[in-house]
Ligand binder design. Sequence first.
Ligand code: SF4
Ligand code: SF4
Ligand code: SF4
Length: 205
Amino acid sequence: MNQVILSKKINCILPQTQCQLCDYPSCLDYAKAIAKNEANISKCHPGGIDTLKKISELTGQPWHEYEQKVKTQYKTPSAVTIDEETCIGCTKCITACPVDAIIGSSKQMHSIITTECTGCDLCIPVCPVDCIITKPTDKSKHNTSYLQDRFIAKTERIKANNLNKIQKHNKKKLGATTQNKQEIIKARQDAILAALSRVKEKQGL
Ligand code: SF4
Ligand code: SF4
Ligand code: SF4
C-alpha cells in the first residue's frame, strides 16, 4: 500500500488525543513514522490493545510481542478541569490546547469544554499557578474524526498567526535548550509529570 494512504489509514485508527506520549508531536506524525517503518506499533499510550491490534492488522507488524508493554503503559481516559477561583486568566493553557477545548480571555477566568477535552494533559505544565486538575473519565464516545478536524484547524491557525512566537514561549517555559524535536517532547513530558505531582501534593493526594 502507498505510504501516504497507509499513514492516513493508521491515523484514523489512532485516538487523536495529540498527547505526544508516543514521542511524536501528533498522532499523524506517529502514523507517518509507522507507515515509513521508522517506528513500531507499540507507542500509543491511550490507544491500548485495541489500537495495537488494528494497526497490526493494517501493517502486518505482529502485535503479540508488544502486548505486555502496551498494557503497562496504557493511559486511561481523562479530562481536565480548572480550579476557577485560582485561575489568573493568563491564557497560556489556551495556547497549549491542541483541540481548542478551553475558553477564556486575558485576565478572565478560564473554563474547559469537557466534551472537547482529549485528556492530553498538555495544558497542565504551562499553568503558572497549577490550577488545572486531571480526572478519569469515560471517553469511549469520543469522535476521533471530529477531534482530528479540530486539531488540524488549530494547527493551521497557529501556523498562520504566530508559530514562531509560540515555539519561543514553550521553549522558555519548559527550559528546553535544544532544537532537537525529541528532546523538546521529552522536556514537555517531564514538565507534565512534575506539574501533576505538584497538583496532587496541593490536593493532599
Ligand atoms: S494519542 Fe498520543 S500517544 Fe497516541 S498516537 Fe496520538 S499523540 Fe501519540
Ligand atoms: S483542555 Fe488540556 S487536557 Fe484537555 S485537550 Fe486541551 S490541553 Fe489537552
Ligand atoms: S494556564 Fe492556568 S492560570 Fe492561566 S488561564 Fe489557564 S488555567 Fe488559568
